[in-house]
Design a protein around this ligand. Structure first.
Ligand code: SF4
Length: 336
């Protein structure tokens, strides 16, 4: 059976496909997937030119990309199609189960690795592995570098990350500490994190700092590995959440219910902020009540401290950069 039928007709999740070749994926599938995410569009003529292939083959590859949830469907004939997957890390999460060999060599973008932290994320000595990238647009982002396309990142393989954090292993074990994955949104790199932890972290306390606003498939592979989930809830009210982040919180609620259903409610700490201009103390309490009703027992209530002037400058710079990036991308498409 072809991969196309597996994805589309039997609704097999991409993560369950173990070997791309065994399922008849076109040998150019991986290259085409990377190309479409990098270029942010795809047309048949572009695929044909790029790989020197027939229209029929280009069409088949496009069908496979659609079936895998990487490329959007045809909206209008002759108009280039846009990818559904927009981030390299999201693409990696889809490709890694198909091509097991890319796990070891994949380099995730890191803002940095902070070592020998004491008194944060629970007891003990911890290292923080901070990822670049997040799909939310929080107005007062706590770490704007994670969304800055020009930010300096270190691209490391799982083995390189492990080599660095393992240096403090004795401290982790002696103090019941370990490693914390944060960012940005670390779950966008869930298979990468799994790869790191598989290299040997059995006695470490593993924490993840997340918004939980990611597809369930990103959370499931790490379930056996995570000792503590620190969830930045923002606000449980859908309108407040959307106006603050630009995205719905339905995935967050579904994921929380799913985690509680796994019998690990005590491992979840929900951080509920008071966000100036977006919610108030009563909204915080309402969020806490909704979460309690779900079965969550651990909370941290606090207030975001906002430097408004700096925030406004930062937002303007981000908008200008985004505009510039759109114009530059448009230019590349026009040239091609
Ligand atoms: S979830 Fe965190 S990293 Fe992402 S935009 Fe919001 S504050 Fe920033």
């Amino acid at each position: 059976m072809s991969i196309f039928n597996l994805f589309r007709k039997k609704k097999v999740e991409p993560k369950r496909i173990i070997d791309a070749k065994a399922h008849g994926l076109d040998p150019l599938f991986e290259d085409a997937a990377r190309l479409v995410v990098q270029k942010k569009y795809l047309s048949m003529s572009f695929l044909q030119r790029k790989f020197g292939i027939s229209y029929k083959r280009a069409n088949r590859i496009a069908d496979e990309l659609v079936a895998a949830g990487i490329l959007g469907p045809v909206i209008e004939p002759m108009i280039p199609r846009e990818p559904i997957v927009r981030e390299d890390e999201e693409l990696y999460n889809l490709l890694a189960p198909l091509y097991p060999e890319i796990n070891a060599t994949h380099r995730a973008p890191l803002l940095g690795i902070g070592r020998l932290r004491i008194g944060t994320d629970g007891n003990g000595v911890t290292s923080l592995v901070a990822f670049h990238g997040c799909s939310l647009g929080c107005r007062f982002c706590l770490n704007p570098r994670c969304k800055d396309l020009d930010a300096e990142v270190r691209k490391l393989t799982p083995a390189e990350v492990m080599e660095e954090i393992k240096k403090d292993e004795l401290y982790y074990i002696a103090t019941k500490g370990g490693v914390t994955f944060g960012g940005g949104e670390p779950f966008l790199n869930s298979l990468f994190i799994k790869e790191v932890l598989d290299l040997g972290a059995k006695e470490w306390h593993v924490t993840i700092e997340t918004s939980l606003n990611v597809p369930r498939e990103y959370i499931e592979p790490l379930l056996p590995y995570i000792d503590e989930y620190i969830v930045d809830i923002k606000d449980m009210n859908t309108q407040i959440y959307e106006s603050y982040t630009g995205k719905s919180n339905s995935q967050v609620k579904e994921n929380l219910k799913w985690l509680v259903g796994q019998g690990i409610a005590e491992r979840i700490l929900c951080r509920i902020p008071l966000i100036p201009n977006y919610n108030n103390a009563s909204d915080q309490e309402t969020s806490k009540k909704e979460l309690s009703e779900m079965g969550i027992t651990r909370f941290e209530m606090f207030t975001y401290l906002i430097d408004k002037e700096r925030e406004s400058i930062r937002n303007k710079i981000c908008k200008l950069k985004e505009e510039f990036r759109k114009i530059a991308t448009r230019g590349i498409i026009d040239e091609e």
